[in-house]
Design a binder for this molecule. Structure first.
Ligand SMILES: C[S@@+](CC[C@H](N)C(=O)[O-])C[C@H]1O[C@@H](n2cnc3c(N)ncnc32)[C@H](O)[C@@H]1O
Ligand code: SF4
Length: 344
């Protein structure tokens, strides 16, 4: 179910805008001062309360917790069941963060990522995306949501934007605490600036070499890297928030001097942060992460050359919940065959 359908259902039950807001805030576990810990039942008119039982059951059916795998650093991989028997994964991150999925699988097929290995199985509805936040908040506080789980948000743009809109309003999350992570697609740069809530942007770059990027991200849009960075910079200027460039660090592939020169050439003077994410192991893939000291030295060199760079080791790797380790796990009926992405 989509958020707009959820809102339509409420209106059909007779909810006024203030009721609709309270019910959505209750779902997202946001308490206003006046409502305190009261549930919707305590302040809604009787006529509306009567229809709410079925409505609530519908919301609860959107997503359910199948299992949770915690690590000592306070992160946990959550296996989330959907009404049709499919599953996605969300990750509770340290410091009240949550990583959510936007699709079951992914069509981009990045060579180093588990999620892309079986292609795209289906899009998540906006209700299923927001449902992951509601579910996580039933476990613990969530103050930041990153779209870095399964899927490429630009391939499910309308639903992701609808989810962001609700999370950034009734969900009590500031736009800087919503992070849209993408390989980059012209539609993202057209559409995101038009949203009421403009999330922070993470751009998965991985290399400054066009030919290598096309091999590593085989079905990402073929945009010249310089153009991609220019489009991202324009978005950063509009939102006054830096672009977070993502760089999955692969030993012997994108960790050399040529790449460091390329990063400096592309990003010097830009409103940008370079996040270096050492590769997380995925079974059967021919990649490895360079030694930690090499990654730290790259960061030091970038700093010396005027680039703000951070080493971001993924949380929850021990339980296969690190960046790129998420996948649809077998549950219930046989998984449908992958489908091709339809480009607008
Ligand atoms: C799983 S993707 C989801 C969001 C979006 N599809 C994207 O690529 O930005 C989130 C981040 O995980 C990174 N990633 C994928 N596979 C990885 C791996 N095996 N090790 C470390 N990072 C990985 C991606 O490069 C991307 O920056
Ligand atoms: S890294 Fe992102 S775009 Fe690439 S396959 Fe994984 S989920 Fe898809």
């Amino acid at each position: 179910m989509h958020i707009h359908a959820i809102r339509e259902q409420l209106r059909a039950l007779g909810a006024k805008p203030e009721h609709e807001q309270r019910i959505l805030r209750d779902w997202l576990q946001v308490r206003s001062r006046s409502s305190g810990r009261r549930k919707a039942e305590d302040y809604l008119p009787l006529s509306l309360r009567e229809g709410l039982g079925e409505f609530d059951a519908g919301l609860r059916n959107l997503v359910r917790l199948v299992s949770s795998h915690a690590t000592p650093d306070g992160s946990a991989r959550l296996l989330v069941g959907l009404a049709d028997g499919q599953t996605v994964e969300s990750v509770l991150l340290p410091r009240d963060g949550l990583c959510v999925s936007s699709q079951v699988g992914c069509a981009v097929g990045c060579q180093f990522c588990m999620t892309g290995r079986d292609g795209l199985l289906r899009q998540l509805t906006s209700g299923e995306i927001v449902g992951q936040v509601a579910l996580a908040r039933s476990i613990r506080t969530v103050k930041k949501v990153v779209f870095m789980g399964m899927g490429e948000p630009s391939h499910n743009l309308q639903n992701v934007m609808e989810a962001i809109d609700l999370l950034g309003t009734e969900g009590n999350l500031g736009h800087k605490n919503l992070v849209f992570s993408t390989v980059g697609d012209p539609r993202v740069f057209e559409q995101l600036p038009l949203g009421t809530v403009k999330p922070a942007l993470a751009l998965s770059l991985h290399t400054t070499r066009q030919d290598l990027r096309e091999r590593l991200l085989p079905r990402a849009p073929r945009i010249a890297i310089e153009d991609l960075v220019e489009l991202a910079e324009e978005y950063a200027r509009k939102t006054m928030y830096p672009v977070q460039y993502q760089w999955t660090l692969l030993d012997g592939i994108n960790d050399g001097e040529e790449e460091l020169d390329g990063i400096v050439r592309l990003l010097k003077g830009r409103h940008a942060i370079m996040n270096i994410i050492p590769y997380n192991a995925v079974d059967g893939l021919p990649f490895s992460r360079p030694p930690d000291e090499h990654a730290r030295e790259m960061i030091r060199i970038l700093h010396r050359r005027g680039i703000l760079a951070k080493l971001r080791d993924s949380a929850a790797q021990e339980v296969d919940g690190g960046c790129g380790q998420l996948r649809a796990r077998a549950l219930g009926p046989a998984a449908p065959r992958p489908i091709a992405i339809h480009r607008a």
